[in-house]
Design a protein around this ligand. Structure first.
Ligand code: SF4
Length: 189
């Protein structure tokens, strides 16, 4: 099923309703800090490309945040290239694909990084807080925490999906962009 491209004016609302926690976290951090380190820019940037954000909108979006931190000149010089690169417009002109859960789960975020999978990389305390903010009820929350503790990260994410959408997700979550499109098809049906 095809969806219309995500547009900048809807992005905050859509992030809240349909982004999996890994992307929601990056998105919120970007809005908060006006900056993300390389791993975060890659993980979120390719995801946004996957949900249909055009290159022009992506440049506007990243610039609106980064310029508040580093100024427009430095953004144009140091960061715009990476965004065009993600869209295959620079370097080897590879059309890079968004990261799968497996790739994100096996990443190794360092200090100050916000990429990775929260079910694996957050402390339990931070995970609880993040799930609460997503509106996961306390009963479902314990099941999610239990799955995460037992290293079933994608199952934990699937249970979160089911809790916030009040709908089953039989196929399970294996890709953040799949989470997004499954969410949109439920919300738009
Ligand atoms: Fe993101 Fe996948 Fe982790 Fe869910 S399981 S938070 S979609 S990496």
């Amino acid at each position: 099923k095809e969806f219309t491209e995500i547009s900048l004016k809807d992005i905050d609302q859509v992030a809240k309703s349909s982004f999996p926690l890994c992307m929601r976290h990056l998105f919120e951090k970007l809005r908060e800090d006006h900056h993300l380190k390389h791993g975060g820019r890659m993980q979120l940037g390719l995801f946004l490309k996957g949900v249909g954000l055009t290159l022009d909108d992506a440049l506007v979006f990243w610039k609106s945040e980064f310029s508040r931190k580093v100024g427009t000149e430095r953004f144009d010089k140091e960061y715009a290239y990476g965004i065009r690169h993600n869209y295959g417009k620079e370097g080897k002109r590879v059309d890079y694909t968004p990261y799968s859960c497996q790739k994100i789960i096996s990443s190794t975020p360092g200090v100050g990084d916000h990429h990775g999978c929260p079910y694996r990389h957050f402390s339990e305390e931070n995970l609880r807080a993040a799930l609460g903010k997503m509106g996961v009820s306390s009963r479902a929350l314990e099941d999610v925490i239990d799955k995460a503790r037992n290293r079933h990260y994608q199952l934990a994410c699937t249970l979160t999906f089911e809790a916030v959408h009040n709908s089953s997700c039989d196929a399970g979550v294996n890709h953040p962009n799949q989470y997004f499109s499954d969410s949109q098809s439920i919300l738009k049906s």
